[in-house]
Structure formats: C-alpha cells, structure tokens
Design a protein around this ligand. Structure first.
Ligand SMILES: [Cu+2]
Length: 88
C-alpha cells in the first residue's frame, strides 16, 4: 500500500483551521505580569474563548475562540479585570 494512502489529517488541526476565530483588541492600563494574568483569566472565562494571548508592551490582546464572540463580552471581561479596551 503506498504510504500516502495512510495519511489522515489530524482532525483537531482541521477543526482549528475551520472553526478557529481570532480577534485582537488593545487593552489600556496593564503595567505588569499580574495585569496580564488578570486579563487572561477574565477573558479566558468568556464562553467560546479557547485561547488568550496578551502582549504587555503593546497592550495587544489576541482572543482565539471556537466561534464568533461578541466584542462587547470581551470588553466586559477586560473591564471586570480592571482594564479597558480602547478599540475593537
Ligand atoms: Cu500589574
């Protein structure tokens, strides 16, 4: 049997490429790693969110989700953490 017949795409990788949504926001007010942790925790708790990346230097918040997530929910989570989304 030729080896290419054995190739099966990783279903998880496939799902990610189809269903993964990514949105970026700019967060104002973070000054240290604790701020980053707070934002990650709150945003990570939003329904549908699967991945949260925060760049402290630029305030860039990258949110990965398994479907569309309302930007207002992300902004609310950031607000809950004690910071502010300055653009959406
Ligand atoms: Cu801090």
């Amino acid at each position: 049997m030729p080896s290419h017949d054995l190739y099966v795409p990783d279903p998880r990788g496939l799902k990610e490429s189809i269903d993964m949504n990514t949105a970026t926001y700019t967060v104002k007010g973070m000054t240290c790693g604790h701020c980053v942790s707070s934002v990650k925790e709150e945003v990570g708790g939003v329904a549908g969110v699967t991945n949260v990346e925060v760049d402290l230097a630029t305030g860039l918040l990258t949110v990965g989700s398994d479907g569309p997530v309302d930007a207002a929910r992300i902004a609310a989570a950031v607000d809950e953490a004690g910071y502010e989304v300055v653009n959406q």
